[in-house]
Design a protein around this ligand. Structure first.
Ligand SMILES: O=C(O)CCC(=O)C(=O)O
Ligand SMILES: [Fe+2]
Length: 359
């Protein structure tokens, strides 16, 4: 039977429980990971003062003149950081800005896919005063949350807290983390702001600062339902890497964004990926039978009969899989920064619409 949206109870995990009743916190997290793969994280250690400053910085970024935003366009770097606009200048359906760790230096002889990790083009301090520092501080705090939360997830899945460490760069400074600011302007009803997808990474932490609805989850019964913004929370989502390394003990939830019809919706995503060199299909974890039983019950209930299989992209290093995906999506970056790989993805050369950009 399908639930009407009014009756739908969305999973919510209070981080203060970690101190007062850790076993209860871990048990609740376990249930939410196995059944649903997403949750509202209440009372996170990242406090409202930095969150509010981050939201202010996000709004200020998108309010910059188009030529400033174009000056930090993603197509100007090899690292998939910077500004990206979907749709025409006057009428975009989505704008986005990605940034990550600074001071990344490629090791001598590193494989080509290590280039996905690198610096971000920033607007000049003169036109964007103070905001870069705020964004760096938000990133620092989210990074710490992601390191801690990874341990809780391992524990919730019946493993030792550090069980997932081998998946990540041993040097914490080099971990695959990215922050993405999103702006969705008002559009005609039922405009798609972000197509239905599962996140490809390990875990995602979404901040939804606007009151506008937009984010929707797909229920096992096949309905889309809203996941409304709640002040002071993050929405944590399981990504496909976590789904795969657990052989689907947890599942990455399908979600989408419907554009607002009035007002502007902002969202800030913090994306935690595994090491560029991790081959997802080579990982091996032993989960307690009691948890595998819960997985089985979920699969029965949801009539989920598809067999778990790794795909070809799980057998290559995770960074290479990310690069392959991104190069297809960003022909100009492929052309400018990955000339050896470019012909593999674009045997007929640059698509015509980019011709003007390379002369
Ligand atoms: O706009 C949002 O809140 C979600 C965006 C999203 O799903 C993504 O960037 O993967
Ligand atoms: Fe997503």
């Amino acid at each position: 039977m399908s639930l009407s949206n009014e009756k739908r109870q969305l999973p919510s995990l209070d981080m203060t429980l970690l101190e007062s009743d850790r076993p209860a916190f871990i048990a609740q997290l376990r249930g939410m990971l196995i059944n649903g793969g997403f949750l509202y994280l209440e009372n996170p250690p990242v406090k409202l003062d930095i969150v509010d400053k981050m939201v202010d910085a996000t709004e200020k970024f998108f309010a910059l003149p188009p030529e400033v935003k174009d000056g930090v366009d993603m197509s100007g770097t090899a690292h998939f950081n910077g500004y990206l606009r979907k749709g025409p200048l006057e009428n975009p359906t989505r704008e986005q800005y990605n940034y990550g760790d600074e001071d990344i230096k490629l090791d001598e002889g590193a494989p080509e896919y290590h280039k996905i990790h690198g610096t971000t083009p920033w607007p000049d301090e003169a036109v964007f005063p103070g905001s870069r520092a705020v964004m760096a501080e938000y990133y620092r705090q989210m990074k710490q949350l992601s390191l801690d939360f990874t341990q809780y997830v391992a524990e919730a899945l019946g493993l030792t807290p550090d069980a997932f460490e081998p998946l990540f760069e041993s040097d914490v400074a080099k971990r695959q983390l990215r922050c993405k600011l999103l702006r969705y302007p008002a559009c005609a009803p039922s405009t798609t702001g972000f197509v239905p997808h599962t996140d490809s990474n390990f875990l995602t932490y979404l901040l939804q600062p606007s009151t506008e609805l937009g984010l929707e989850m797909h229920s096992p019964q096949g309905e889309w339902y809203p996941v409304a913004p709640r002040r002071g929370t993050f929405i944590v989502l399981v990504g496909r890497v976590l789904e795969k390394i657990t052989h689907r003990l947890v599942k990455a939830p399908l979600h989408r964004v419907v554009s607002p019809t009035q007002g502007t919706r902002y969202s800030v995503g913090f994306f935690q990926g595994v090491s560029m060199d991790t081959r997802v299909a080579d990982t091996k974890f032993e989960f307690p039978q009691q948890l595998l039983d819960l997985q089985h019950e979920r699969e029965q209930r949801e009539k989920d009969t598809t067999e778990f299989r790794f795909s070809e992209s799980d057998r290559i290093p995770a960074g290479e899989a990310v690069l392959n995906f991104k190069l297809r999506a960003h022909p100009l970056v492929a052309y400018r920064f990955y000339p050896d790989l470019f012909p593999k993805f674009f045997p007929d050369g640059l698509p015509a619409k980019y011709a003007g950009a390379v002369h």
